[in-house]
Design a protein around this ligand. Sequence first.
Ligand SMILES: *[C@@H]1O[C@H](CO)[C@@H](O)[C@H](O)[C@H]1NC(C)=O
Ligand SMILES: *[C@@H]1O[C@H](CO)[C@@H](O)[C@H](O)[C@H]1NC(C)=O
Ligand SMILES: *[C@@H]1O[C@H](CO)[C@@H](O)[C@H](O)[C@H]1NC(C)=O
Ligand SMILES: *[C@@H]1O[C@H](CO)[C@@H](O)[C@H](O)[C@H]1NC(C)=O
Ligand SMILES: *[C@@H]1O[C@H](CO)[C@@H](O)[C@H](O)[C@H]1NC(C)=O
Ligand SMILES: *[C@@H]1O[C@H](CO)[C@@H](O)[C@H](O)[C@H]1NC(C)=O
Length: 276
Amino acid sequence: MRRLVVLLLTVLLPHENSCSAAAASGGGIQCSRRCGSTTVPYPFGFSPGCPIPLSCDASISTPILGRSGTTIHSFNSTTSTIVVSLPPSCTRSVPDAKKALSGANYGVSSHTGLFLRGGCREINASGAECSVPASVMSRLLRTAQCVGNDTSVTCFASSPMNSTAVAAPAPAPAPALKSAYPNQFLRWEKVEAFRCGDALTAALYGDTDTVLSLEFGVAELGWWVNGTCAGSGELCAANATCTDVDTPSGKKGHRCACQAGMNGDGFLAGDGCHYL
Ligand SMILES: *[C@@H]1O[C@H](CO)[C@@H](O)[C@H](O)[C@H]1NC(C)=O
Ligand SMILES: *[C@@H]1O[C@H](CO)[C@@H](O)[C@H](O)[C@H]1NC(C)=O
Ligand SMILES: *[C@@H]1O[C@H](CO)[C@@H](O)[C@H](O)[C@H]1NC(C)=O
Ligand SMILES: *[C@@H]1O[C@H](CO)[C@@H](O)[C@H](O)[C@H]1NC(C)=O
Ligand SMILES: *[C@@H]1O[C@H](CO)[C@@H](O)[C@H](O)[C@H]1NC(C)=O
Ligand SMILES: *[C@@H]1O[C@H](CO)[C@@H](O)[C@H](O)[C@H]1NC(C)=O
């Protein structure tokens, strides 16, 4: 693996001398990607050399986002997304939810719906609201052991979501998402406009051609590495494509992903791209 990285660096940077490439590869800037028995894909990792640093709960081999304590369920290098947990809670404010799900290099994807409660303002959100059957919502409120009279829940998603959703009482398998992944993030300013007291939970919805599925208690985050493809410090691997990302802060970022049919994280400093 290390030999492959050195080789590719040498090919791509013909003017670098190979000694410095070898030193960089073997030196202190490496990104350690192991947490117990789990290995995460580049650019994630657990050492300062990783572009998107995580913490590790080694006792359960679980990667954790930043200092928020948000646990990561899964990584998808094809869509450049991760799925994290946001269990139902009646005491999580909207700013707390934003803090738990946003970071320097990741933000909530537009495939995620947020369930808000507590004195929400009625606003005309033009297709931004989503409805979910009342029975599902009352179960959710019971699960979260919410007290009080305000049982109405406002659902917010960046794209319209229909109530025909198949609501899974227990976490269902992650639904498939639409192919070419656009650089779309949840619009927090729209969420904040409702002025709700709490962010009860989130759900990830998959919109295949035939069925809309919904998984509660999780959020999907999109990630990026700093800088554009053109001016990038991070190098995509051979057979990877680089995509510029409009990040929620307005800055540009980019991500590398392998061409269709190939596996890997798409980064030269990671596992690159390979056939199974
Ligand atoms: C990327 O940029 C953000 C600010 O936009 C900064 O907080 C972060 O540390 C940068 N990451 C790296 C790896 O330089
Ligand atoms: C929302 O929009 C509808 C028409 O689209 C309008 O009749 C209604 O008054 C609006 N409500 C508010 C609170 O702006
Ligand atoms: C809940 O509703 C009951 C009756 O409908 C009312 O007496 C009580 O004050 C309400 N509690 C709160 C916290 O609003
Ligand atoms: C939602 O349902 C309406 C009819 O009930 C339909 O016209 C619309 O296309 C549906 N939207 C989505 C995103 O499935
Ligand atoms: C990543 O997402 C794509 C598109 O939804 C899906 O086809 C693929 O199975 C996912 N990969 C993993 C490892 O979950
Ligand atoms: C890239 O993919 C092509 C086939 O699509 C293959 O011939 C080539 O060897 C691959 N390059 C690398 C560096 O894997």
